[in-house]
Design a protein around this ligand. Sequence first.
Ligand SMILES: [Zn+2]
Length: 452
Amino acid sequence: MKVSSINSSSTNIAMQQRRTFTPPPSKARIFYNDHKATTYSSGILAAGVGVIYLLNTKHISTLAKSIAHSMSKISAEPVAPKRLASIMSGDELLTKLPHLTKTNYEATPENIQKCILKADLHSHSNYSDGTGLVKNLLDDATDYADVLFNKTRQKFIYALSDHDTVEGLKEAMTIMAGNPERYNNLNFVPAIEVSFAHKAEKTGNPCEIAELLVYGINPYSPKVNKFLDNIRQKRTDMIHNFIKEASKACPLTKFSFDEFSKYYEFEKYGNLMNIHWRVYHYAQTKHAVTQHASRMNQNPELLYAKIMENSKGASIGKLHDDGKLPADIQESEAFKDIMHKYEPHVENGKIIASSENTFEEVINAFKDEKGIFMAFAHPFYYAERVDNPAEGLKYFMEHSNGLIKASESFHQAYQSRIRPEDIENLQKETEKLGLLNLGGQDNHNRKLFEYN
Ligand SMILES: [Zn+2]
């Protein structure tokens, strides 16, 4: 049962990866692919060569070339780098950051209407925990990019940055290469948000998970893909081990990976940090419902299915709140030790994290990628969990192989409890470290802009 469920999830990924690039037949395609233009001899054709030459002078980033090269290797026919002209590398993005202010990242109706919005460098699709399809998010970004360009001659900079996966980026590459002219006014930055465990003195654990945004990556990079496959495997193994130990601790309750996967949405959340919480809630709710079923002389599996059908991802507290579980059936102590073993934690000063990367592992995975850089994602969430945030951020920066060059000072999705002056104070600290500022909506919705 376990094996089949792992296989089905990896088959889906394999299917996504196997999707090859097949550009639709169009005039543009012939035009862009025609490198033999210089062999034309007649005057009329020479004029044509001039047009081709002008198109060819459009700047193509080294990143676009390397992605086109990667795509060509796995597709039926070669992908000309010019088809990916809208791709912006990390190096290019770095040169733009000093010219962008806080308001340029604020996607308010007014800023959109007045074309003050210039960039969005943090967003998620349904390849991680967002709900938007890559195609639709790209469409939203591109529609706005066209308006912005017509009014200001500036291109909208947009980064898709899913959690610990590059599959959405691969789809974006295929879409853009299939119709390059559609994306003329967009600067698309292929990005990813990767997590790592760190010490967090101010929390009860005291180990927490922070995130880095990586800009300008080639989603086909073998090293990056290997790193991502590895963390997914680590998380899958952790869930299996957790369930095995829960079964041993409570042999009268029947636990299974398939059941966990169904009601705690492994396909969607299996590749995310904090997956240990989902498997913990699964163990608790399954055990509680099994006790409830035994009192009522019901089949625990059927009762669990009935209760969880509309309560996916629920904790026991949520089942109590929704009146689906009697209040006297509480969380069991049995799973707390198992949870402690599998959640990222500190032992003898060392971080132990079976389902998370360390900071060093993240840096090691990306240090050989060309033209990329990293930024601290929503740095205030890190700052509020440690005693000396500036010192911590400085340590990470100095141990990042020169990769960390920015901080998401203009993150647009901070909880309202966080005071703007505290965010600004942290910004002053990161600026003192020489980090550039950037920002993004951290959008998880179907539409990229709430107001369009
Ligand atoms: Zn995010």
